[in-house]
Design a protein around this ligand. Sequence first.
Ligand SMILES: [Zn+2]
Length: 99
Amino acid sequence: MEYDHEIVKIAKCECCGIWEECTVDYIHSVEEQFGGAWVCGLCSEAIKEEQRRLGVDLEVAMQLHAKFRETASIDPTMQIARSFLDLLKKMISSRKLIS
Ligand SMILES: [Zn+2]
């Protein structure tokens, strides 16, 4: 395979804001796929998954994903509290089963 544009540029993810060094070709192909926005590998996978799961447009899936990242970054303690609550619920329900 031959690359005509093996120029490396810094691309910023529209969803999580992470910076990545990518070839111009790669940046263009991602932008084409996501309507002019560049998203990192992790976010693009998450967006595609969301799109598949909900059967929505790519744009809607992108917005949903961005919103999710927003709330998660605003309050990380909420995430921890929630998983702790889930754990507690599991412990309580398993105890109920024993008694
Ligand atoms: Zn990202």
